[in-house]
Design a protein around this ligand. Structure first.
Ligand SMILES: C[S@@+](CC[C@H](N)C(=O)[O-])C[C@H]1O[C@@H](n2cnc3c(N)ncnc32)[C@H](O)[C@@H]1O
Length: 330
């Protein structure tokens, strides 16, 4: 054991913290001072950015170096432009990096009350209408990894999928993309399903998507119709009793031997530890009863809903926190 190990560990944590703070400060100031907007509008050199924002050229050039190192800007010969990440942040609901929620942290700690209740039926549709597209972007590598782990397009084909709480339907559409015979039925609130429709259009998969608008707690589901049900990032919004009941309803909608894939934040990937802890706190900021359940808890509900033993897959792509439990009806 290296004597320096505790120091190295402390220094790694120190630099990570200082970098995270510095990077966040630079991002917010670049946003507030109009630097990112000026770049989006065509300023491509430090001089042009500084002139557009009435700033000094030298510190502006240094800040642009930081934006490049953060992956928010790209240097190309003599010019600098915004990266895909910066464009996504500027145009999406994470423009402020979630500060709308983090600003509420002291109040949450003092009162235990969240800022919003995204898990309430009355609030869920409008919140997720705004979030579903960003989730599609964030989760598309995870969705690809899930489709590959299931063997869609190789050992599995021609699936009829039910995507429960589908949001953008990125999980099931990624499976459709790998296999021409696979179709999906997306169940979610009507306004959220509009995002699923747009996602399918963008992927050229509109003809493989059927929309099932409504509340997944009481929407009648066709019996024994589907080969695979996806319940992705839904369990953490539900009470234990609601999860259990949902798995029973999903079980009845599957063909004999049909499978369920429960996808959610799960422990197991060390690279995702901080992300997962922040996610748990974030959930407390935006839901009344949301919580990340242990995989063993999800497995117990699956078992009592009539599913066999679950196979666990950790999806080893960013954000390194997503796991998938796959179980077949018995
Ligand atoms: C965290 S999002 C996950 C979306 C998608 N499965 C994904 O992983 O990107 C939860 C989804 O469940 C939907 N949802 C929540 N409660 C619902 C309910 N009672 N009936 C139908 N959809 C619901 C929300 O509208 C939202 O799209």
């Amino acid at each position: 054991m290296n004597d320096n190990a505790p120091l190295i560990e402390a220094l790694e944590a120190y630099f990570q913290l200082m970098n995270a703070n510095g990077a966040a400060r630079v991002y917010h100031d670049a946003l507030r001072l109009g630097i990112l907007d000026a770049m989006r509008d065509g300023a491509t050199t430090p001089a042009q950015v500084a002139a557009a924002c009435r700033l000094q050229e030298r510190p502006t050039a240094l800040l642009l170096d930081v934006l490049c190192a953060m992956g928010l800007a790209r240097r190309d010969a003599d010019s600098i432009g915004l990266s895909l990440l910066a464009m996504m942040l500027l145009s999406g609901s994470y423009r402020e990096l979630g500060n709308e929620y983090w600003d509420h942290l002291p109040a949450l700690l003092a009162t235990g009350r969240p800022l919003v209740q995204m898990d309430r039926v009355e609030e869920s549709e409008s919140h997720y209408q705004g979030q579903a597209a960003a989730l599609a972007w964030m989760l598309s590598p995870s969705a690809e990894a899930a489709a590959a782990a299931l063997g869609v397009g190789t050992s599995l084909s021609d699936l009829a999928i039910l995507d429960v709480g589908a949001g953008s339907a990125i999980w099931s559409l990624s499976m459709c993309r790998r296999d021409a015979g696979t179709t999906t039925t997306a169940l979610d609130w009507p306004a959220v399903l509009e995002i699923a429709r747009q996602t399918a259009d963008g992927l050229g998969l509109a003809d493989r998507l059927t929309l099932l608008p409504g509340d997944f707690h009481d929407m009648p589901l066709p019996a024994a119709r589907f080969d695979l049900a996806i319940v992705a990032n839904v369990s953490h919004l539900q009470t234990p009793a609601d999860n259990q009941e949902l798995f029973v309803r999903v079980r009845a909608a599957l063909k004999p031997g049909g499978r369920i894939a429960v996808i959610d934040v799960m422990p197991g990937q060390q690279r995702g530890d901080l992300n997962r802890a922040l996610y748990g706190l974030g959930l407390a900021l935006r839901t009344e009863q949301g919580q990340v359940y242990a995989p063993q808890q999800l497995e117990a509900w699956l078992s009592s809903a009539g599913f066999g033993p679950a196979q666990r897959h950790d999806l080893a792509v960013p954000p390194y926190v997503v796991g998938m439990l796959v179980a077949a009806g018995v």
